[in-house]
Design a protein around this ligand. Structure first.
Ligand code: FAD
Length: 277
C-alpha cells in the first residue's frame, strides 16, 4: 500500500445533521493521509452552493480539496464565476464533468460534453487547475459504442485534462483492458480506479443501474441472499472490495479513489485490511 495514493469522494449534505456527520467522516478519513478529497456537484441542482462551501471548508482544514464541476445546463458565465471563486480560495484541483440533468430539467446550457468544459477551463485559467475527468471501464451508458466512448475520453485528455478517475466497477479486467486501450490511443495520464464500498444491496443495485456499472451475478446473488442482514452484507462487501483493491494494487494502479457516500467505516476497513495483507 505504501506507494498508493488515496482519495475520498463526498457529497454535499442537505441537512445540518448530515453536515456534522460528514465533518466527523472527513476527520476520520483525514488520518489516512489522502492525496485529496473531492466533493460532488449536482448538475442543475440545489446542492451546488454546498459544493463551493464544503471545498473551502476542507481546504481551510488543511486538506487538498477538489470540487467536481459539471457543465450541463450551465452558461459560460456561471462556470467562469465558479472558477473565479475557487481561484480566490486557492483551490487548484478540479474534477470536470458533463453531469446529468435531473429528469424534467430542460435546458442543456452552453456546454455539450465534458471535453468542452475542460477546454473552457484551460482557456480561462491556463494551468491553474489540475483537471481530472471521468473514465468508464464498462463504458458510459449513453455512448454510441465502446470505441466512441474511448474517443470521447481521449478528447477530454487532449483538451487539457491531467488525470482521470473511473466509474466504479467490480471486474478488474474491464479496468485493465480500458487502460490498455487508452494507452494504445496515446493517453499516458494516470487513470485512478473509483472504488465503491458495498454496504447496502438495494442502493448498490439502484446506483449501478443508473450509471451502467455491472454488479456481477455472483455478487448480486450473495447480497440478495443476505436479505436484511446488514452485518453480513458489510462483511461480504469488505471482503469483495478489498480483494478487488488488492488485485488493482498488485498491477500498480496509481491510486484508489473511494466513493465514500459520506461514511468512513467501509473505506477505512478496506484500507486496514489492505495494509494487513
Ligand atoms: P462526457 O465525457 O461528456 O461523456 C458523456 C457521453 O457523451 C458519453 O457517452 C460519451 O461517450 C459521449 N460523448 C462525449 N463526447 C462526445 C462527442 N464529441 N460526440 C459524441 N458523443 C460524445 N455527475 C454529477 O452530476 N456530479 C458529479 O459530481 C459527478 N461526479 C462524478 C465523478 C466521477 C469520477 C464519475 C466517473 C462520474 C461522475 N458524475 C457526476 C457522473 C457523470 O456526470 C455522468 O456519468 C455523465 O453522464 C457523464 O459525464 P462525463 O463527464 O463523463 O461526460
Amino acid at each position: 500500500m505504501a506507494s498508493c495514493e488515496l482519495s475520498f469522494e463526498f457529497f454535499p449534505p442537505k441537512t445540518a445533521d448530515g453536515l456534522e456527520k460528514l465533518r466527523a467522516t472527513r476527520a476520520e478519513l483525514a488520518t489516512l493521509n489522502p492525496k485529496f478529497v473531492s466533493v460532488t456537484f449536482g448538475a442543475g441542482g440545489s446542492t451546488q452552493q454546498g459544493t463551493l462551501d464544503l471545498v473551502v471548508e476542507m481546504k481551510r482544514d488543511g486538506l487538498e480539496a477538489a470540487p467536481h464541476l459539471s457543465c450541463i445546463g450551465a452558461t459560460r458565465d456561471s462556470i467562469r464565476q465558479i472558477l473565479k471563486h475557487y481561484q480566490d480560495h486557492d483551490i487548484r484541483h478540479i474534477v470536470a464533468l458533463r453531469g446529468d440533468l435531473p429528469s424534467g430539467m430542460g435546458e442543456m446550457g452552453e456546454f455539450r460534453y465534458a471535453s468542452d468544459l475542460v477546454e473552457f477551463i484551460r482557456a480561462e485559467t491556463g494551468d491553474w487547475f489540475r483537471i481530472e475527468v471521468a473514465a468508464y471501464p464498462e463504458y458510459h451508458p449513453q455512448a454510441r459504442s465502446p470505441r466512441h466512448d474511448l474517443d470521447a475520453f481521449v478528447r477530454k485528455i487532449k483538451a487539457g485534462a491531467d488525470a482521470a478517475i473511473t466509474q466504479y466497477f467490480f471486474n478488474p479486467d474491464a479496468y485493465f483492458r480500458y487502460v490498455d486501450d487508452v494507452r494504445k490511443l496515446g493517453v499516458d495520464v494516470p487513470v485512478t480506479p473509483g472504488i465503491m464500498p458495498i454496504t447496502n444491496h438495494s442502493q448498490l443495485m439502484r446506483f449501478s443501474d443508473m450509471c451502467g456499472a455491472e454488479v456481477p451475478r455472483w455478487i448480486a446473488k450473495r447480497l440478495e441472499a443476505f436479505g436484511d442482514d446488514r452485518e453480513s452484507i458489510r462483511e461480504f462487501g469488505i471482503d469483495v472490495v478489498t480483494d478487488l483493491c488488492q488485485r488493482l494494487l498488485d498491477q500498480g494502479v496509481p491510486g484508489l479513489h473511494f466513493y465514500t457516500l459520506n461514511s468512513a467505516a467501509a473505506s477505512r476497513s478496506i484500507y486496514e485490511r489492505l495494509n494487513k495483507a
